[in-house]
Design a protein. Sequence first.
Length: 309
Amino acid sequence: MKIGFIGLGIMGSRMAANLQKQGHSLVVFNRTRAKAEPLLGPCGTFSDSPAKVADQVDLLFTMLAHPDAVEQAALGANGFLNYLRPNALWVDCSSVNPSFSKKMAVAAAARQIRFVDAPVTGSATVAAEGRLVFWVGAEDADLEATRPLLLCMGNRVVHVGGHGMGTSMKMVINLLMGDAMAAFAEGMALGEGLGISRKILFDSLLGMPAIAPFLASKREKIESGNYEPEFPLRWMQKDMHLASVSAYESGVAMPLTNAAKELYRLAMREGDAAEDFSAIYDYLTNNHDLATIEQKSPNSAKAQLHQAN
């Protein structure tokens, strides 16, 4: 089976590398070719467009940042959907909203392409180690055709239901992660404001039933102030926004999530967009170094105020 991979960012590059480690040769495309270079060689070739990738493969993975990027790669100029062979498989691992996945499934079916939505849970480290969890929306036969490849990149595959159900589960999970991180940061800010040391707060809170387990992995980032991204803050804000869109479409009220996603948006305006989403702690506790803010986001309100003074 000839395999294509489009989207070689933080997650996609590691996923593609794990496919290669399991002996699979890939045809790849990324808007920035430099990100593809580590994958090129005996088991990897670069194509100049999504269309040229599709023309060579039987199964295509996409791992892109947002719905617009997926739609552009699939249906835009040099998009891949018109070039995949009939009965080929398209597996979209991107974090998108369920209604968008269903729209892409319809577009694929109109071209006799089989569609699978299979977003993932896991950080960059987890992706590198091949321990991702895949949440799958697909027909049974399409999942089984895809499962061996998914297990090259992850250690768990959950069939949630039909088209759009994998992305539905992903929306729920990222909503909970984004809310939990913001709530934890707010609790830490209150504790420190009341005079409790950060160390005592961490030592006391982490491991308690009220604290999500993943938050323990953010301690080092917060204590060091180094928010090298495992999951960039701007993509968490995007996923929370898509969750709110999905809630609107399904008639569900989400007051906490809507407040939290706007908090992340404010942090983006202060220069934290490319940082790990745990940088929401830094935003809430006002621990930004002004020189760093000016470097990251010279047009932010805080940077402009500092320059004015």
